[in-house]
Design a protein around this ligand. Structure first.
Ligand SMILES: [Ca+2]
Length: 135
């Protein structure tokens, strides 16, 4: 089951000073979730993180529905890749019907499809969304 404890990672500062005007990049190269996180941190800022970013992304890219895209949400208690606090509750989250199901007890990362979330195996390869904050 999911858990909504505050993030404890040492990267927590990455997401604390999010500025407006961030840019989103849909990376059309399939990677595992960890590879996707590394790519975003090397080339941009991080995987898309937080309900507000997902809403902004939806506004800026209304035609992405139906694609499987890694987002920054993962389970360790659920956390966002950039250390943003997990601030959604069950009513604000956008899980697909019957998700998260943690199928096979190995689904610890989250991808998006049709604007809803599905936990999936972190080693599967999907395209993904990075964000970048202005300097
Ligand atoms: Ca699932």
């Amino acid at each position: 089951t999911s858990c909504f404890a505050p993030v404890r990672t040492t990267t927590a500062t990455r997401g604390q000073n999010k500025k407006p005007g961030q840019t989103f990049y849909i990376i059309n190269s399939v990677k595992t979730w960890l590879q996707a996180q590394r790519y975003c941190r090397e080339h941009h800022t991080d995987l898309i993180s937080g309900v507000k970013q997902l809403k902004d992304f939806k506004k800026q890219h209304p035609n992405h529905a139906g694609r499987h895209l890694w987002i920054g949400l993962f389970r360790d208690c659920w956390s966002w890749s950039d250390g943003s606090r997990v601030e959604f509750n069950e009513t604000e989250s956008e899980w697909s019907p019957r998700q998260p199901d943690n199928l096979g007890n190995q689904e610890n990362c989250v991808r998006m499809q049709d604007d809803t979330w599905n936990d999936d195996s972190c080693t599967k390869r999907y395209k993904f969304i990075c964000y970048e904050v202005p300097e």
